[in-house]
Ligand binder design. Structure first.
Ligand SMILES: [Zn+2]
Length: 182
C-alpha cells in the first residue's frame, strides 16, 4: 500500500475516534489548519518539492465535536475484524484469505431449534463467527454441543459506534491503540 493511501485515525475535538481517512485526506486537513497531528511516523515521510511531512497516524480535528451516526452492519470484514482474524474454534490465525465465516447454529439446524431458544437472528453478530477452513469443514452442520466444542467469549460490538470495529492487530500496526478503548 502506498503511503498516501495508508489509513489515519481521525478524532473529533473531544478525542473520540470518529472515522478513518487516507493519509492524503489527513494531510489536506492539516494543511488547511482543520486538524493537528497527535501521532505520526518517525521514519516515513511524504515528500514534494517544498514539503517533507511525516506520515500522520492520528489527527485531532479542530472545532469539531459531533459524532456521526452510523449503524455497523454484519459483514465478512466486520466479523473478521471483531474476531481479530482468529479462528474462534482453534485460535489459529491463518492468512485472512483462508478464513471463513461460520454460522454457529447452521442453516440446516435453524428450523429445528425451537423459537424459544433462539435469542438472536440467523445472520447476526451472535450467530456468525470467524473460522478457519479446517474447523469450518469439521463442524459441517453440527451444533457445538454435539462436537463438545466451546468458543471463547465473543467481543461485544457497539453497533452505534461511529467508526468501524477495528481489530487489535490493525490498531497496533498503525499506532492507534492508545486512542481506542480496548
Ligand atoms: Zn480453526
Amino acid at each position: 500500500m502506498d503511503l498516501l493511501s495508508q489509513p489515519v485515525l481521525i478524532l473529533n475535538s473531544s478525542y473520540l475516534p470518529i472515522s478513518i481517512k487516507s493519509v492524503k485526506d489527513a494531510i489536506c486537513m492539516l494543511l488547511l489548519d482543520k486538524a493537528e497531528v497527535l501521532k505520526e511516523a518517525k521514519d516515513a515521510f511524504i515528500r514534494s518539492e517544498k514539503l517533507k511531512i511525516p506520515v500522520p497516524h492520528v489527527i485531532l480535528l479542530s472545532n469539531y465535536y459531533q459524532l456521526p451516526k452510523r449503524r455497523l452492519r454484519v459483514s465478512r470484514h466486520t466479523i473478521l475484524e471483531r474476531d481479530n482474524y482468529t479462528c474462534v474454534y482453534c485460535q489459529k490465525k491463518p492468512a485472512p484469505s483462508k478464513l471463513t465465516l461460520d454460522h454457529i447454529i447452521p442453516r440446516s439446524r435453524w428450523e429445528i431449534i425451537s423459537n424459544e431458544k433462539k435469542f438472536f437472528e440467523f445472520n447476526s453478530w451472535e450467530n456468525i463467527v470467524t473460522a478457519c477452513r479446517d474447523c469450518n469443514t469439521k463442524k459441517g452442520s453440527k451444533l457445538l454441543s454435539e462436537l463438545k466444542w466451546k468458543i471463547p467469549e465473543i467481543k461485544k460490538i457497539n453497533q452505534n459506534s461511529p467508526i468501524p470495529n477495528i481489530s487489535e492487530t490493525k490498531a497496533e500496526k498503525y499506532g492507534w491503540t492508545e486512542f481506542l478503548n480496548y
